[in-house]
Design a protein around this ligand. Structure first.
Ligand code: 4NP
Length: 160
């Protein structure tokens, strides 16, 4: 069965679109594009319809990863049913997504933070490069976290 992954951040122009593009790239390299779909969304609406931030685009360009056609959108409560993994880039995003959902949905294991994929890093949030400009560090985290997520999804696929 097809698996669907949604990354969520605040503006949907820096961190979650980077994760979307990197994850889709890794899925393609693993020849799983028919089985795994990837999307991203934001909890804030300031940048709806905008392409990824210049800092995110420059990291993706450097690694020759496509972001063609990507546009920011708002996260919707209906995303809960449409996706199998809802990965929030920080704990505020997780709280904001939970506020859109019922108590039962908000506690579901499909909803978790990106840094739960990288427990050895010892940080709870992917730092927001919109404020500190550190897109290089975010790229490193995103690349490593997406590798872990792909392993988890592949393991789940082998069970289902
Ligand atoms: P993101 O970063 O959540 O990683 O996309 C931000 C982008 C825009 C804003 C805040 C964070 N903003 O306030 O416009």
């Amino acid at each position: 069965m097809k698996k669907r992954i949604l990354f969520v951040c605040l503006g949907n122009i820096c961190r979650s679109p980077m994760a979307e593009a990197v994850m889709r790239h890794q899925v393609k390299l693993a020849q799983l594009s028919e089985q795994i779909e990837v999307d991203s969304a934001g909890t804030g609406d300031w940048h709806v319809g905008h392409p990824p931030h210049e800092g995110t685009r420059s990291q993706l360009d450097e690694h020759q990863i496509s972001y063609e056609g990507m546009q920011a959108r708002l996260v919707l409560s209906s995303d809960f049913d449409a996706f199998d993994y809802i990965v929030c880039m920080d704990t505020n995003n997780l709280r904001d997504v939970r506020s859109l959902l019922s108590e039962e949905q908000g506690g579901h294991q499909k909803l978790f933070t990106f840094m739960e994929l990288l427990p050895d890093q010892g940080i709870a949030d992917v730092p927001d490069p919109y404020y500190d400009g550190n897109f290089t560090f975010v790229y490193e985290l995103v690349e490593n976290g997406c590798k872990e997520l792909l392993k988890r999804v592949q393991a789940d696929m082998s069970l289902s």
